[in-house]
Design a protein around this ligand. Structure first.
Ligand SMILES: [Mg+2]
Length: 191
């Protein structure tokens, strides 16, 4: 595959840049005593469908992860910030998230990105899951990294090449191009 122009690729945040699943598991373990669940148990994007955990607890944890991503302890995925800074040397970073609120995740990005990189980046918070294609197109992107399979499937055929960021909840049932980690994302654009 030819190398991708860094200006043409955008990123989902949760499950791609941010280890939101890892934070969910940690809070469930440490604060709710749910010690038997692990990331590998999350085999569906809708967590309530695959974990034997009360919906109220799941909702409470996700509310925290949405409202306070920084103080709830969501960490970046391994190598994500380093690779994003490499990308930012060539083009402003672009993030498109289904999160309904922009501010909390903006604060999270500001914490982890160098100030100059943060100032240049573009962040769109859509509030819905199923309509990313027009936003991504308007931003001039041709490739998009996301962990939600339905989102990736909807991008195909709309002139956008999805790259599925491998997670336990998206491994099966598709033949789209995948990326295993941020080293693989680096290799999409650079030698
Ligand atoms: Mg995601």
């Amino acid at each position: 595959m030819n190398k991708i122009n860094p200006a043409h690729i955008g990123f989902d945040i949760d499950g791609v840049v941010a280890d939101t699943g890892g934070a969910f598991i940690r809070i469930a373990n440490e604060e709710y005593g749910l010690r038997s669940i692990s990331l590998e148990d999350i085999t569906y994007y809708d967590v309530v469908d695959c974990l034997d955990v009360e919906r109220k607890i799941i909702d409470d944890i996700f509310t925290r992860l949405h409202d306070e991503p920084l103080s709830s302890g969501i960490q970046p995925m391994e190598d994500a910030i380093h690779v994003l800074h490499k990308y930012a040397e060539h083009a402003p970073l672009t993030f498109v998230t289904a999160r309904p609120q922009k501010k909390p995740i903006d604060i999270w990005l500001k914490h982890f990105l160098d100030p100059s990189v943060y100032e240049e980046m573009r962040l769109v918070a859509m509030g819905v899951h199923d309509n990313k294609a027009p936003y991504i197109k308007d931003l001039g992107l041709k490739y998009f990294v996301d962990d939600r399979l339905q989102t990736c499937q909807k991008l195909t055929g709309k002139g956008i090449t999805p790259l599925v960021y491998n997670q336990p909840w998206n491994i099966n049932g598709h033949n789209l191009q995948t990326v295993e980690d941020w080293k693989a994302i680096y290799a999409l654009c650079f030698d």
